[in-house]
Design a protein around this ligand. Structure first.
Ligand code: SF4
Ligand code: SF4
Length: 112
């Protein structure tokens, strides 16, 4: 884990109990990347789309924040620099949210 990520985790909120509201602690995306990460982002450990917000002091899912960026750079680098149709990113985001089960949900990561 890089120094920046180590610093981020020292400032991130503590993981809530399973089924409590997700607070963006980021633990699940490090320990057990989701289906989107393993299938579409080639994640084997920490998800490459995990984004730290210094302003909010929490992590966000980059595949929701800017899915086009990750999709293109990791899945389809031949599209870098090309302008996609305007509805392309919203469609990827909708597809991701469907797989993830939405945002602002409950923590589905087991307690440890
Ligand atoms: S689902 Fe749970 S472990 Fe994952 S980021 Fe949200 S609070 Fe943290
Ligand atoms: S795709 Fe999003 S929810 Fe899934 S592991 Fe990566 S950052 Fe976490």
């Amino acid at each position: 884990m890089g120094e920046m990520m180590r610093q981020a985790f020292s400032e991130a909120p503590t993981k809530p109990r399973q089924d409590d509201p997700c607070n963006g602690c980021g633990i699940c995306c490090i320990l057990q990347p989701c289906l989107v990460a393993t299938q579409y982002l080639k994640a084997t450990d920490k998800c490459p789309a995990l984004e730290w917000s210094a302003k909010d002091k929490r992590f966000y899912c980059g595949m929701v924040v800017r899915p086009l960026h990750y999709f293109v750079t990791i899945q389809a680098p031949h599209l870098i620099g090309k302008t996609p149709p305007p509805d392309f990113e919203p469609q990827i985001r909708a597809w991701i949210l469907d797989i993830l089960g939405g945002v602002g949900g409950r923590c589905d990561s087991e307690d440890f």
